[in-house]
Design a protein around this ligand. Sequence first.
Ligand code: TTP
Ligand code: MG
Length: 363
Amino acid sequence: MRKIIHVDMDAFFAAVEQRNHPELKGKPVIVGGDPDKRGVVSTCSYEARKFGIHSAMASSLARKLCPQAIFIKSNFSDYREVSNQIREIFFEYTDLVEPLSLDEAYLDVTENKFNIKSATIIAEEIRTKVFQKTQLTCSAGVSFNKFLAKVASDINKPNGICVVTPAEASDFINKLPIRKFYGVGKATEKHMKELGIHYGKDLKLFSLEDLVYHFGKSGFYYYKIAHGEDDRPVQTHYERKSLGKERTYAEDILDKELIESKLIEISDKVFDQLTARNLFGNCITIKVKYYNFTQITRSRSFGYLVSEREKLSEVCLSLLQDTEYGRIPIRLLGVSVSGFDLKRELLTEELPKQLYFDFGDDF
Ligand code: TTP
Ligand code: MG
């Protein structure tokens, strides 16, 4: 059985800002978009969370909830520096490190460089070293698979640790509110609650067939995690699955031509980044968020890799035809390309297959 640790920094961007500007300590600090320019909150200090503020909330709403909050622009080079420091600490213990973002990673410490038997001891050592090195706190989850370790790291946040042993797993899952299950977002939570699923124990009552019936492919995942099963290894070489860009505009846009030109702008940026990475994909997705925050995605797949700038923008524009643009004001546009694993030989082959589907929220 594996020994997995999930480490996640506490209020990461905000904590770095409070460390770098001691006058901000103990205060509600919000990192992210300007409330006057329709930005969104990247994260906020725990002092700000007491007011109900959270990541991805409109900054203007955050300011309403807590007028005394201090807004700070993000400083990515500072966050990257800390991120590198904590990764160095992880690598002292194992090479099996899978970073999920700047502030979190999975570690497989089944075998480790100090031959320490207890993953809990390693997690505590890491937390101590992270604090000594960065003056920042983190939280850790320790368990025998990624799913449980990830959920556990959130349980005693901030500056906490939670260990879920094989013997405790079943009870732990029984009591877990379904929103805490990694991968269950707002929409799925609502759907589950309608089915009477509030805690892990309720999810366990559903058969695999039932869950697939209600949730499609994700049903397999929900079934497995409800039973504490997750055999995904800690992946050290993460392969990029998609590349995308999106833009939120200072003012909602209704004008059709303007929207089209904005979309081409994004499409060109994405194309530049793909070219820089020598990547081409066969699936193109656009995302449109309307003024009222409802959002849709439209996708198209090809039997070959799209390798031309004009083709990419042309497909984006044609996908746009299937949205309410020009009728409903738009606040955000996005373009993403995926499906990089088609063989290179297919680069120029023409149209053997065309699929069309709507991803709903899963951009
Ligand atoms: P999280 O680990 O999700 O959040 P956090 O570290 O701020 O707070 P905690 O873990 O204690 O709950 O994300 C890490 C950083 O990623 C966060 O500090 C800012 C950034 N981020 C965004 O920019 N936008 C987002 O929507 C989220 C969730 C995070
Ligand atoms: Mg965090």
